[in-house]
Structures are given as structure tokens and as C-alpha cells.
Design a protein around this ligand. Sequence first.
Ligand code: ADP
Ligand code: MG
Length: 671
Amino acid sequence: MSVTETTPHSSPTTTLLAELRGVGPERAAQLARLELRTVAHLLLHRPHRYEDRRRVHEIAALKLDEAATVRGRIIALGVKRYAGGLKSVFEFILDDGSARLHCRWWNLPFMEHYFRQGDEVLVYGKINLLKPRTIDHPETEVIENGVDNSIHLNRIAPIYRLTEGLTQRWLRALIWHTLRQFGRIITDPWPMLKLPDFPSRIEAVQMLHFPDEIAEAEKARQRLALDEFIEMQVAIQGRRRNLQAKAQGWPCAGDDTFVRPFLSQLGFQLTAAQTRVVRELRKDMGGTQPMRRLLQGDVGSGKTVVAACCALMALESGFNVALMAPTEILAQQHFQNFRRWFEPLGISVDLWTGSHKTSKARKETNLQIPARNPQASTLVIGTHALIEDSFTQEKLGLVIIDEQHKFGVTQREKLVRKGHFPHLVVMTATPIPRTLGLTLYGDLDISVIDESPPGRGPVRTFVRSADRLPKVWAFIRGKLAEGRQAYVIYPRVEDGGKNQLKAVVQEWAGLRKELEPYQVGLLHGRLRAEEKESVMAAFRAHSIHVLLATSLVEVGVDIPNATIMLIENAGQFGLAQLHQLRGRIGRGDQESFCILVASRKTKEAERRLEILAGTNDGFRIAEADLELRGPGDLLGQQQSGLPPLVFGDLAKDVALVERARGLAATIPEVR
Ligand code: ADP
Ligand code: MG
């Protein structure tokens, strides 16, 4: 991905670091611990910070809690042991002529071996004590005499991530010499692209390690990030062109035979946004290429009816449709809704989950456009079970994936491959920040439902500490008395062990007592499918008033009378996930309340929760989450099929991503 090869023998990508002079087996093993194996890896090892050593600070001028570099000589050093020899502190005292600085390391007595009295040392850290001036656990670099110090001193020095046994100086010198040896043969990966406002790749690599000014390092990062983004875009655009060249879209736009009666019996009008999106999808489904579309709409915006309209279009056209949802509960809910909607139209709706398979396996037999027989067409609704080999479906015209961020890209493709290039729409409530839209979702067109159905009650969010719980329970009892229902979310991961199961059952007993005489149901991932179903059915039927659930109910569940949500240990969840959870309430015309209970407040957790309390805007929440936790977390780790970015930053490099997209499109031989 990085440095272009010229001759096979001296190529940075194929030359192993172990082949370099001065790198023996032990050093090579240390470098490998940093994932550095080839020259290319080494040259792209990104400094985690820079130190301006053209001007070091005077010890006398150091301020409390401000990071700075000083340079001086060790005038005294030693290890003190205490607690019967179990604990220790190693300390040296540095003098630079202006003042003295104590540097201490707790319980690392072997540090003693790295320093000698009289050594000249660079020290970087934050003063944590002024009398005497002290830094605990600073970064240090002993200046060696008799070596070429021009690599290390009187310049902006790169500081790298290290591993045990490696020193900054050794690694820096290795990179310096390797750059001299191999730098010449780093070429631009896309030489046809003109980038007058950026350094060349070789200049960028040099500036990355040894910038003349700090600003140069950022410029270098941008150039290298741009290369990463271009590579990503080339792959995305290649996939897309490939699909367009290979695949013919099935004619699935329909003729309104089903859609018209469906809409007239629905009981509400589509919002303007829903109508617009249905049109966009219909256009794709009547087009010459298979649709590949992401349907994004905030929680409660009404994506399900849009999916229903699309399904009907394909069914009208004589094709079968598959809809996949991430949980059995959600598949069941869809099954009930779609059966209610579709069976009056004479369409059969099947269920295919781990525990229910009403559908018969049908094999793809011919790839001709089928004789139109809409009445024989079927909608199959299921879970991951649809991906298994046992599920097959002939004449598959449309695949719908709900809550697609819960699935990986490979799972999505597996289902699509059950047919011969069916149309595909994937749905999510997680707003896609622009950079992700262009990268992770770059091969999808995006439709957005940007308006909620009318008549929804407002959702108010509060952050409360655990000691306020008695008041909160009183409030909830009041709402239950008014006829509302509540979710209580217990923050355990679904695959937690036996102890966690015990913990949630215990919590259940406590909650039942607390909320007597109201009925409290329990829902978690370890229940059998029938048990989950009957709990959900009872909650839906209002014979259970409160549902104690794990984050299993995060996605899709739609029960408008439930207007209260209490989330325990809310700090353990990601922002996007909390927003999803909160999306379970505020679905009816009543005012809704979300109470986030933070037990142990860390600064970061608190900041996250305050963002949530401050806005219901899923887009702002997603952007904040992206910034705080990175794309992997926002999308669910498995979903993020992104190559790891070393230089690019999806939270802030929108302009670079856009530039890369434009540039990639001009590269002719992309396939
Ligand atoms: P989501 O986008 O989160 O999947 P749903 O499709 O579950 O949302 O819709 C949420 C609720 O809003 C459902 O009860 C649905 O019937 C209702 N709904 C959807 N569209 C409209 C509309 N245009 N007018 C009124 N209610 C609607
Ligand atoms: Mg939904």
C-alpha cells in the first residue's frame, strides 16, 4: 500500500529490516513487535509526537502541568527501597545551570542501569511537583558523545512509539539511515495525478520524520493520508465499475398493483421525506443496474414502511424478496407487521430464523426474467439464519437489510449472493458522517429520511447519579400509574458469562420489589426464542408494565406506549448506541423521558452523556461519537471493513477524502 517498487532487489516493500546493516535477529524481533518488518513499514512508522530541540526550556522556567523538554547533566542518582524492599523509587537529579530537576520512576529499579552520573540527558514530561521540581516517569534520551548528534539534537526530533529494549535514538538513527539508503526509490503511487499543493511522496516521508518546521509534519501527514484515501477510493470505484459491467438489474419497479392498496389501508399518510425516498428507490429498481442503496433515517423516522413499499414493488414485478434483521425479536416484529400488511393483498410472508423456518427452501433454477405471477411471490423475513446454506430463494429480486450496522460487509454480500445480482437496500438509523459515506459506504448511493412522522411527543433526557435513583423510581411509578410503560436497560454484554446472567436475574428480583404491584418482565440474549417472544408479546399487550432488558432491545423495537427509558451504567455504552436505545421511546404522541444513570463518572463518560442530554439530533451524536471513539465503534467493530488508516483521520479529513474521490475517478485503468 505504500512505497512503490522499482527494482525487486532494493524495493522497500520487499526488503526485510533483518537484512539491513545493524539489525540483528534481536533487533528485528523488537521491531516486529511494533509491526515493523519491511523497510516500507519502517519508513511509514509515524512519530507520535515531535520535540523542538532547537530551543529547549530552562529547568528554572518550567511550569506545573505543562509538558516541556529540558537538557542537563545528571549530578546524582540512586534507588531507594521501602516497604520491606517490596517497593522502590529510582531517582536522578538533573542540573542545567538554571535549576535542578528530580526525575523519578516508581517500582522500576532496573532504570538504574540506563543512567550514569555525568550523563547528558534530554528529559520530556510534565512537572508534577514544584518543591523540589519533580517529574514522575518522564521520557528520557541520553545524549551520546562521539556519535553524529545532528540526527537527534538542534532540530525538530521525531518521537516514536517504542517497545521494550528499543531506544528513541537507535530507532531514529535507523530511520535516518534507511531514508538515505531507500529514500530515492520512493515514488508517487499515482504518478499521473498532479498535486501541486502537496509535497511528493518522497518529500512527505522525509518531512514526516525530520521536518524543518512543525507545520511540515502536518503537511506530510496530509499527503500520506491522501495516498491512503486515494487507494481506498480506487478500490471502491473499482468494485462499483465491476458491478456495473457485470450485472443487469432485474425490472422491479412494479406497477402499483400492491403499493396503492397498501398505502390506502395503512392508516396514515407517508411523510414527504418517505414519499421522496420511495421514489428514489423505485427509480433504482427500474434501472438497468442493480440498486445498491443505503437508506438512512433517524430512529422512528419510519423506514419500515418504506421498505414495505419497495418489497411490494418487487413482488408486483413477480420477484421474491428477502428481509434480514439482526435480532430474532426484530424479525418477529417485522413478521407480524408485514403479515398484517401483506396478507390481505394475497402475498405470503414467511419467517426464517434460528428457531422458526416457515419457508421452504427453493433453489435458483433459471436466470431468465420470470413469468410475472405476483400472487406466487413471497417475502421472507429472517435473521442471520438467512445467510446459512440451508436458505435458498429463487427469483430473488430484492434484498433488504435492516439495522445494517449490525452486520458485516461479508454477511451482507452473502445474502445478496443467494440471488443473481438482486437489488439491495440497507437501512440504518446511524447517520453516516460525510467521510464514512464516502469511504465505508462509498459503493452505496444514499437516501435520507430527514423528517419524523407528525404528532410525536418530545423526548427529554436527564443524566442522574445512582444516589438519585429513589426519586427516579418514584417518578417512574407515577408514569406507570398514568398508563405508560417503561424500559429499564441493564448494561451487560450479551455474551457475558454465567455471572452476568446471575447479576441480571438478581437485578430483576430487586426491580420487581421496587415497582410492586407493576409487572416487570425480563429479556436477555440467553433466553430461548419462545421465551423472548412471549415476554415481548406480553409487553406489547401491556400485561407487563416494565421491561428489564439488556441492550438486546437496542434495535428496531417499536412499542409506542413505552415512553420511559432508564439506562443503568449508561457510561458503558457508546453514544450512537445510547441514541439507538433512546430511539425505542418517543414513538407515540406522549411526552417521553430518558434517564441516563451514571454510576462511576469519568470525565469522558460524563461528556458523552451530556452530549446526549443536549441533543436528539442523531447526526450530531454520530459525529461526536466518531470523534470520541473512531469509526470502528460507531459502526460496530465487525462492520468496519476499513483498512486501518495510519495517517488519515475520518473524523477530520473530509476535504482530503473528497479530494481523493475526485482524483481516483480520473485514474484511467482502475478496475
Ligand atoms: P424506524 O425508522 O426507526 O425503523 P419504524 O419504521 O419502526 O421506524 O416506524 C416507527 C413508527 O412510526 C411505527 O409505529 C410506524 O408505524 C410509524 N410511522 C411510520 N411512518 C409514519 C407516518 N408517515 N405517519 C405516522 N406514523 C408513521
Ligand atoms: Mg427500524
